[in-house]
Design a protein around this ligand. Structure first.
Ligand code: 0A1
Ligand code: ZN
Length: 881
């Protein structure tokens, strides 16, 4: 484990490397406890580098066995080797020389899951961001690009499959039951994209013919017996390859493309060149084991990793401050892919919900940082929703500002100009400035300044003058270490909706630049005047969520309800209804518990019915609209003095009120949606299931009881309906025998299938109420739970801390205690996962005072633990600061 050195890395300290490594030859002699790695590096001094510059290579916990310089063994003091560094004080004067480094690793004992490790007896690697230095000493930084040749030797029985990056280059038998394989990757790449896999796996094979007629061999490697669950992923891969050719003109470049699914993985997946390694959660799916959301997630992650081949691999990051260069852009590309494959409107709403659920609290709390940070202590902690999701929103805004055509021309220029390079956000922005002739100087603040901007809007209509005036004011709240903010360029898409539900026209608009339905806000205050507006319109703002901002706008409930029924922009239509629901929940939560049960306006519950039965709307859209804002959404909107129990009670009451007001209608609609016996994971079928399950949820509220959900659980022919019914039972009727029976049946059916059993852990971790703490503690002792497996930990502890507001925030603080103990237990093995888990406490300051005090105690306990890893210390200290 890398302990904290307290070192802070700063963007302004970037210097090009003094040496380069144009060629890297690696030999791996694999064995679980003692793997030998021989790295033969061709090292080149840069012309600018003074001759007396020492060569310093990065390591992390390494043990050096042997070192040769140009074929001759070196001995101290010609070099110094510590676990974290190899230094040759006086490297040869020749411009080029070779260094041969032998290290020994114990992959079976690597529980941090960085570098070379074993998962279910399969050898695999994870090198982003700084895992390669756990394999050998290297210039482990993304701007050092090298051509790799790899030789893997392993036991033939234990590891018949030997994979690395690039194209296969030969294989053969070795004495002692061993064999070898050679791989060559002709594309220079940074060390974080290196990968190796060796093991005994089953495969789904296919091929893809590129636009220019090249034949690519495709393989997806999974545990034996799981091949049938990999066919959807293969289909998603081929669709991704085609889409990137059609939409971005990007063709695949190697002869083979392999994906390997492993069950121990710190993140979702990794884009290693030609050899993507995946968390099996994002590969394995069939109707019996995966929900529609799982299918959609697989499609998105397969696409994401594949798209990295151009945005990340062919063009990579100069340094880790530029992480959003590859991540924001690649998320944008996978969002667009999913929108094209499915429903664009529904996809956009889901994206915004995710952004608000994860990125907004990050941006509004102690861990806020710019999309392109300027400093970090531990880069692993910057694989955040801000870098990924907000990074994607920033790319989307560039497209909104430029228009689709110039955006594509900019992307073309980016690929042409920077192929094979390691570049920066400045390089990225420049291509768009060049093709469009626009100045993106002010816009660039989206990369540099943290915080979610707020727009306050007031509308005045003058009937006589037929003028509509919008007063728009922008502000960006202070964030850690950035108290003064500069004014941003915010592209705000809008519409003026007339009485007939159609957008009304206007002749002129003064006061701000308006292009194609987008107001360009650049100053603190704009007063935008629209002339010749014949009637007072309803204001539809931030259509399509054109900018990741919060809006404060005075609007009557009637006006919002009108937009919820008529806005032609589906996102804004969803937004209008969602904000009515959120406001109702905020009012009810503030009333607190105790007093009278909250009352909700009949217009609101009627509107829910009207949306549910509107056949002109896609079922998936209706399902999203009917889903009440999550407790955490309401908490975020309330901002301070949060009492999770009050929010929970308000939400329950609203669900019952909507169900009571629409019981017959919901029954009828549910009956109309049932009876589909054949399963297909396509978006339309998934949408019907989503609507049907949203209705089931309402029809299971309060006194309506568990019978309906129980029936669905036992009759379901697919996991979507089965898991939805189980979740409804657990959420609404945790103490009923029907729920116990369903949980037991699920456990028995999937006992041998940990990935599926994760749903069972998740569903139980989310059961509301104070008993959650004991329940979760009990589940940690379940034989299928393992503290060493990230998916298990996230399913149980991650769900408890992020999706169980009443349980986790139990007023006596025992939820936080359990959480802190578990974080420390995880940290002993896997600091990266522990640190990520610990972000579950980032919003502690918005709690009511009592809980705030208890949460703080838990954080202080974490901060005081001995030998804290750099990863966890960084999160805990920033959270407390
Ligand atoms: N580049 C990957 C994310 C990733 C980052 C770090 C990892 O280390 C455990 C793994 C994966 C992506 O964007 O998908
Ligand atoms: Zn990525």
């Amino acid at each position: 484990m890398r302990t904290d050195t307290g070192q802070v890395f700063r963007l302004e300290d970037y210097r090009p490397s003094s040496f380069l490594i144009p060629e890297t030859d690696l030999t791996f002699r694999l064995a679980p406890e003692a793997t030998t790695v021989i790295a033969r590096l061709t090292i080149e001094r840069r012309d600018e580098t003074p001759l007396d510059t020492p060569l310093v290579l990065d390591g992390d916990g390494l043990e050096l066995k042997r070192l040769e310089l140009d074929g001759t063994a070196l001995a101290a003091p010609a070099f110094t080797a510590t676990p974290d560094q190899l230094t040759i004080e006086r490297p040869p004067l020749a411009r080029r020389f070779t260094l041969s480094i032998e290290t020994e690793l114990a992959p079976a004992r690597n529980q941090a899951l960085m570098g070379l490790y074993r998962s279910n007896r399969v050898y695999c690697t994870q090198c982003e961001a700084e895992g390669f230095r756990r394999i050998t000493y290297f210039l482990d930084r993304p701007d050092v690009l090298s051509v790799y040749r790899v030789r893997i030797e392993a036991d033939r029985k234990e590891a018949p499959l030997l994979l690395s990056n690039g194209n296969p280059h030969g294989s053969g038998k070795l004495p002692g039951g061993r064999h070898y394989a050679l791989w060559h990757d002709p594309f220079p790449k940074p060390s974080y994209l290196f990968a190796l896999v060796a093991g005994d796996l089953g495969a789904v094979k296919d091929e893809f013919v590129t636009a220019s007629g090249r034949r690519i061999e495709l393989g997806i490697h999974v545990e034996h017996g799981k091949e049938g669950r990999a066919t959807f992923a293969m289909d998603a891969l081929k669709r991704s390859m085609r889409w990137d050719e059609e939409e971005f003109g990007r063709e695949y470049d190697l002869d083979v493309f392999n994906i390997v699914a492993v069950s121990d993985f710190n993140m979702g997946a990794m884009e290693n060149k030609g050899l993507n390694i995946f968390n099996d959660k994002y590969v394995l799916a069939d109707e019996d084991s995966a929900t529609d959301n799982d299918f959609a997630g697989i499609e998105a992650v397969i696409a994401h990793e594949y798209f990295h081949n151009w945005t990340g691999n062919r063009i990579t990051c100069r340094d880790w401050f530029q992480l959003c260069l590859k991540e924001g852009l690649t998320v944008f590309r996978d969002h667009e892919f999913s929108a094209d494959q499915r429903s664009r409107a529904v996809k956009r709403i889901a994206e915004v919900r995710t952004l608000r659920a994860h990125q907004f609290p990050e941006d509004q709390g102690p861990l806020a940082h710019p999309v392109r940070p300027r400093r970090y202590r531990e880069i692993n902690n910057f694989y955040t929703s801000t870098v990924y999701e907000k990074g994607s929103e920033v790319v989307r805004m560039i497209r909104t500002i430029l228009g689709a055509e110039d955006f594509r021309r900019g992307m073309d220029l980016y690929f042409e100009r920077h192929d094979g390079q390691a570049v920066t956000i400045e390089d990225f922005l420049k291509v768009f400035e060049e093709v469009s002739g626009r100045d993106l100087g002010q816009f660039a603040l989206w990369y540099h300044q943290a915080g979610t901007p707020n727009l306050t809007v007031t509308a005045l209509y003058n009937k006589e003058a037929q003028e509509l005036t919008l007063e728009i004011e922008q502000s960006v709240p202070p964030t850690p270490s950035e108290s003064r903010k500069r004014l941003m360029h915010i592209p705000l898409a809008f519409g003026l909706v007339g009485k007939d539900g159609k957008d009304v026209g206007y002749t002129r608009a003064d006061g701000a630049g308006i292009e194609n339905g987008v107001i360009h806000i650049r100053k603190r205050r704009h007063s935008v005047r629209f002339s010749d507006v014949p009637e007072r319109p309803a204001l539809s703002l931030n259509r399509g969520f054109s900018a990741p901002v919060t809006l404060s706008i005075e609007q009557t409930q009637a006006e919002r309800a009108f937009l919820a029924r008529h806005d032609c922009d589906p996102f804004s239509r969803w937004q209008a209804f969602n904000s009515l629901l959120t406001e109702a929940l905020m009012v009810a939560s503030r009333q607190g518990r105790g007093g009278k049960p909250p009352e909700f306006q009949p217009e609101l519950t009627a509107l829910a019915g009207a949306i549910a039965e509107n056949d002109a709307l896609e079922p998936a859209f209706r399902a999203l609209a009917l889903a009440l804002p999550a407790e955490a959404d309401v908490a975020r909107e309330l901002g301070t003095n949060i009492d999770p129990d009050a929010i929970f009670a308000a939400r329950e009451a609203l669900a019952v009120a909507i169900a009571d007001a629409n019981a017959e209608l919901f029954e009828r609609l549910a009956a109309g949606l049932g009876g589909d016996n054949t399963f297909s994971p396509d978006a339309a079928s998934a949408g019907r299931r989503a609507l049907s399950n949203a209705l089931l949820d309402y029809l299971s509220t309060g006194s309506r009881g568990p019978a309906r959900a129980s029936r669905q659980f036992f009759a379901a022919n697919n996991m979507t309906d089965r898991a939805a019914a189980l979740a409804i039972l657990a959420q609404r009727h945790a103490d009923k025998p029907e729920t116990a029976a369903a949980l037991a049946a699920f456990e028995e059916r999937y006992f041998g299938d940990p990935l599926v059993l994760d749903k069972w852990f998740q569903i139980q971790a989310a059961i509301p109420g104070p008993q959650a703490v004991e329940r979760v503690a009990g589940l940690m002792r379940h034989p299928a739970f393992s503290i060493a497996n990230p998916n298990r930990v996230r399913s149980l502890i991650g769900t408890f801390s992020t999706a169980n507001q009443t349980g986790f925030h139990r007023a006596d603080g025992t939820g936080y205690q359990l959480f802190a103990e578990t974080v420390l237990e995880v940290e002993k093995r896997n600091p990266q996962v522990a640190a990520r888990l610990a972000t579950g406490l980032r919003s502690w300051r918005s709690l009511e005072p009592l809980r705030q005090g208890k949460a703080r105690e838990a954080l202080i306990r974490l901060a005081g633990a001995e030998n804290l890893s750099a990863d966890l210390r960084d999160i805990v200290e920033r959270t407390l600061a």
